[in-house]
Design a binder for this molecule. Structure first.
Ligand SMILES: Cc1cc2nc3c(=O)[nH]c(=O)nc-3n(C[C@H](O)[C@H](O)[C@H](O)COP(=O)(O)OP(=O)(O)OC[C@H]3O[C@@H](n4cnc5c(N)ncnc54)[C@H](O)[C@@H]3O)c2cc1C
Length: 474
């Protein structure tokens, strides 16, 4: 979703864009998610801080989060940073950075859906999604969490059991209340919606080619990548490979703390005449049940494991047991579960910006639980003279660099031939030559002349003015 959307935005600005993927569009993480365009996803999911909760996660018996013991030594440094980012101050900082993006997500999707045509429109419904709660205590906490979203303009309402059962008559009577997030559109088929956006890109003259981003090389003339249709040479390239972005940035010498939170899905038939019309989040179980074109999709919470370790869908089995108590699910519709990987930074804020050590290199990845929501937002904001605020790990202060907002780019890989245009000239003229960090002695702020890009809790470069609901909320 991220790469396709960026390709479309660049194309609109008159650039000659090639979108390269080793598969078809929307066939990886953007295929298998819960399909929420989650307007309310402003406050990031965080590491728990209460001892009792940490202990319960450590037991590895939970339904919302599980982990591979064998992967812990490799994941520990990232988890430590994740834990560090769970203080109220840091959560506030992430929310402030994400809020302007989330505020526009619905409008940006609407614009692309309208341009993509009826087929795209038919993949989206506008009834919102519902978080179901089984106990008074969890309902109270969910209401308090929802209230934290008031200042971000998120539209929700609290439902009593009776009202919920009017909306969803087949949901278990054990659910005593719910939060209905009315302002979030949802998709019956997120993979197909991504493909509809990619088709729009091709209809407008864009090229979609198959190729392997790991073969990208820097040359005198810019960047070169072999593709199924011959080599692609481009002065600028955007890395938007989602969870696979490190396959490209690590060999280029960037040390960026990207990890994955894995998740699974399975489709089910409904039992008897049961129907489900809203996506449901089980606030006590951490999974979702979503009406999709292929059946009712159960999506799990988080599995911490090595990105490429074989699937171990133990969490799906746990969630399925709980889900059968929430809604009358029938049999599974697929022989094996799908597995996806959420590309995550420790503070859940994505990287969108230049690879400072390489001219013409751009990064756009790390959208974690909300990449399907935010994909279309990865672009230059219309106000061309805005400052770019770099939210780095520097504890002393944020850095503001005055220069016109740059173009932000891409998906998987994708070299776009951007040369010979006014935009390119402007981008070259505007490139800052001043040091990006005023605290160069601070170990986390080596932006230039060092192998690290930006660092700490993630290198983030968000255009515009930056301003937990528990894992598995997507
Ligand atoms: C279970 C689950 C539920 C979720 N629910 C939601 C939700 O409801 N709402 C939401 O907003 N987000 C949700 N997410 C998160 C969301 O799906 C991701 O953040 C988003 O899909 C990431 O998009 P992306 O374009 O960055 O990555 P991807 O969609 O994974 O795209 C990366 C692309 O890179 C390509 N690629 C990889 N390596 C190479 C290579 N070497 N060469 C060429 N191409 C390559 C891949 O083929 C792929 O097409 C969920 C995630 C999961 C796992």
């Amino acid at each position: 979703m991220v790469g396709v959307s960026i390709a479309l935005h660049l194309q609109k600005r008159g650039r000659d864009v090639v979108l390269v993927d080793r598969r078809g569009a929307g066939e990886e993480t953007s295929y298998g998610n819960s399909g929420l365009i989650q307007r309310g996803g402003v406050i990031p999911y965080t590491f728990p801080r209460e001892f009792g909760v940490i202990l319960s996660y450590a037991m590895n018996h939970r339904s919302d989060v599980v982990y591979h013991l064998s992967a812990l030594p490799r994941l520990a440094p990232w988890l430590f940073r994740y834990w560090q980012n769970a203080t109220p101050e840091r959560i506030g900082r992430s929310a402030q950075a994400l809020a302007p993006l989330m505020a526009q997500c619905e409008a940006e999707h609407d614009a692309l859906i309208a341009e993509a045509g009826d087929a795209a429109g038919a993949l989206v419904q506008r009834k919102g999604w519902i978080r179901c709660l089984r106990t008074e205590e969890s309902l109270r906490r969910a209401i308090a969490d929802a209230r934290r979203l008031d200042k971000y303009g998120v539209d929700y309402t609290v439902l009593g059991g009776a009202r919920l059962h009017e909306l969803e008559p087949h949901v278990s009577e054990k659910v005593i209340g719910a939060i209905h997030f009315r302002g979030s559109p949802t998709s019956f088929d997120p993979g197909m919606l991504t493909k509809a956006y990619a088709d729009l890109f091709v209809r407008r003259g864009g090229r979609f080619l198959n190729g392997d981003a790991r073969r990208l090389t820097q040359e005198n003339s810019g960047w070169s990548l072999p593709s199924a249709s011959g080599p692609i040479i481009a002065p600028e390239v955007v890395v938007a490979l989602g969870p696979w972005s490190d396959d490209v940035f690590l060999p280029l010498g960037y040390d960026i703390p990207l990890a994955v939170k894995r998740g699974y899905h399975m489709h089910y038939r409904a039992r008897g005449n049961a129907t489900l019309s809203h996506p449901l989040h089980d606030g006590n179980g951490g999974y979702m049940l979503v009406p999709m074109s292929k059946g009712i999709r159960l999506t799990t919470g988080v599995e911490f494991a090595d990105r490429d370790a074989p699937p171990s869908p133990i969490q799906l089995n746990r969630d399925e047991l709980l889900a059968r108590g929430l809604f009358p699910l029938g049999e599974r519709l697929e022989p094996a579960p799908w597995m996806g990987r959420r590309p995550c930074f420790p503070d859940m804020v994505p990287v969108i910006g230049r690879g400072e050590r390489h001219p013409g290199l751009w990064f756009a990845f790390g959208h974690a639980h909300h990449g399907f929501t935010r994909g279309p937002l990865v672009r230059q904001r219309p106000r061309s003279s805005t400052a770019i605020r770099l939210t780095l790990g520097c504890p002393k202060r944020k850095l503001v660099i005055r220069r016109p907002a740059p173009v932000v780019v891409a998906s998987r890989w994708w070299p776009g031939a951007l040369g010979h245009r006014r935009d390119r000239q402007r981008s070259a003229n505007s490139a800052s030559t001043e040091p990006l960090c005023e605290h160069r002695r601070h170990p986390r702020c080596h932006l230039r002349g060092d192998r690290r890009m930006a660092v700490d809790d993630a290198a983030h470069m968000l255009t515009g003015d930056p301003a937990g609901l528990g894992e598995g909320g997507d």
